[in-house]
Design a protein around this ligand. Structure first.
Ligand SMILES: Cc1cc2nc3c(=O)[nH]c(=O)nc-3n(C[C@H](O)[C@H](O)[C@H](O)COP(=O)(O)O)c2cc1C
Length: 175
């Protein structure tokens, strides 16, 4: 369900107008399960995928992670993509668009926040949570129909993400 949800959010971000957007599809990126010899903090990357991933993340100032909830946790592909790098995540604000069943993915977001703070990221409070996501997806058309409050939550999250991204710029500059 991630792609239609992400496409909806990208449209919200375009409308918001304060960000240049790079959409990263982890399925397309297809990072293998992390098995590098060195801790990423050393930035001694030995394979081209890790080098390319590091360069891409280094070039970005803020993130919005779109994730389902699997067993009260974020998608393993997201945690794997986070584990690949360290310095490149530092001092970057992050918001979440989560989806799932009853919880709308909020438990997954709480779990992901622990990883983010370990990477010196700043996860923000404002978020979009989408419960019972399947009911809002048209599988044939591949589209997600948001409720009005989802649009409002997205706009509030983007406003706050912009504030944090601006405030953290001096720390990013010194890293
Ligand atoms: C293995 C598995 C575990 C799940 N665990 C949860 C859960 O803990 N909480 C929840 O709200 N939904 C849970 N769900 C429902 C998923 O969040 C929902 O099916 C979502 O659409 C999955 O995302 P995806 O379609 O992008 O894979 C689970 C689904 C699967 C397949």
């Amino acid at each position: 369900m991630g792609l239609p949800v992400a496409e909806w959010f990208v449209e919200q971000a375009r409308r918001h107008g304060r960000f240049e957007i790079d959409v990263i599809d982890l399925k397309e990126l297809s990072l293998p399960l992390f098995a590098e010899r060195q801790h990423p903090r050393l930035q001694q990357y030995e394979n081209d995928q890790q080098k390319a991933w590091g360069a891409r993340v280094a070039g970005l100032d803020a993130f919005v992670f779109v994730t389902p909830e699997y067993n009260y946790s974020p998608a393993p592909s997201l945690l794997n993509a986070l584990d690949y790098l360290y310095v490149e995540w530092h001092y970057k604000a992050a918001g979440f668009v989560s989806y799932g069943g009853l919880s709308g993915g909020i438990r997954a977001v709480q779990v992901a926040k622990q990883t983010l703070t370990t990477l010196k990221m700043v996860p923000i409070v404002e978020a979009v949570a989408i419960p019972f996501v399947a009911q809002a997806i048209d599988r044939a058309a591949g589209t997600f129909t948001a409720a009005g409050h989802h649009d409002t939550s997205a706009a509030q999250m983007l406003d706050e993400l912009f504030r944090w991204t601006t405030a953290l710029a001096s720390l990013r500059g010194s890293s």
